[in-house]
Ligand binder design. Sequence first.
Ligand code: B12
Length: 215
Amino acid sequence: MTENEIFSKIREGFLSFDFEETKELVKDALERGVDPVEIIEKSLRPAMEIVGEKFEQGEFFLSELVVAGDLFKEIMDELISPRLKKEEKELGTVVIGTVRGDLHDIGKNIVATMLRVAGFKVIDLGVDVSPEAFLEAVKKYKPDIVGMSALLTTTMIEMENVIKELEKAGVRKDVKIIVGGAAVTEDFAKKIGADAYGKDAVEAVAICKRLVGVS
Ligand code: B12
């Protein structure tokens, strides 16, 4: 089986919501030496996008979104995260969170995991994080970078509110800000005054390294 065939089988398993079968396929792929990050980006995330499209078209309901979220998390926690090798480096501190009103955390968690693996210290504030909570964390942890995630078009505006909150408190210049999540674009990031936009976890790591001057 080629890698593309493996990715497509995992996508099919995922979309049938067969937890056991999908986990077996992922385990099998990992044992064959397939890169865990490629499994995320070439099978699990595209499968999630299809779940989202089917939800939009009225073919799937909220219950399917919930099940898909659970399946994704179980695969990450049980199979993928334990196989990522951590670099013994201290690249800097990142405070990360999903913005106020938004409960999507799968992508944010992947970014947090990949940053830790790369050698960053990551303070994860969780979901539904208010601008005040971001500010408090910046004061407390003095991070090099603040990362924000938003998946809803209705919540991405909160990213701008966080930046304004940091400006108001006079600490905006002390941190670099990176934003991401399905709702966000490069143009939006520029418009709200973020320093960077990352389309996926691999890009997020590369950009954060650049922001702290290590690559
Ligand atoms: C699973 C899911 C859910 C689950 C979330 C479970 C969880 N714990 O996260 C649940 C069931 C809770 C949910 C709820 C809702 N959802 Co929902 N959900 C999804 C779905 C299908 C997948 C999201 C996902 O996990 N993708 C997989 C991850 C790996 O991808 P990702 O998040 O994009 O992350 C990657 C990159 O974006 C990037 N990234 C992410 N964060 C960050 C941060 C930084 C700093 C950087 C650099 C990069 C980065 O790196 C990640 C890894 O590569 C999406 C569809 C979609 N296409 O996104 C809809 C979707 C986001 N949901 C949607 C909606 C409408 C809702 C609800 C409003 C539904 C409802 N009627 O209640 C609620 C809102 C709840 C709330 N207040 O947040 C819509 C949003 C539409 C819009 N334009 O705003 C979508 C797009 C579905 C659709 N097509 O209609 N949802």
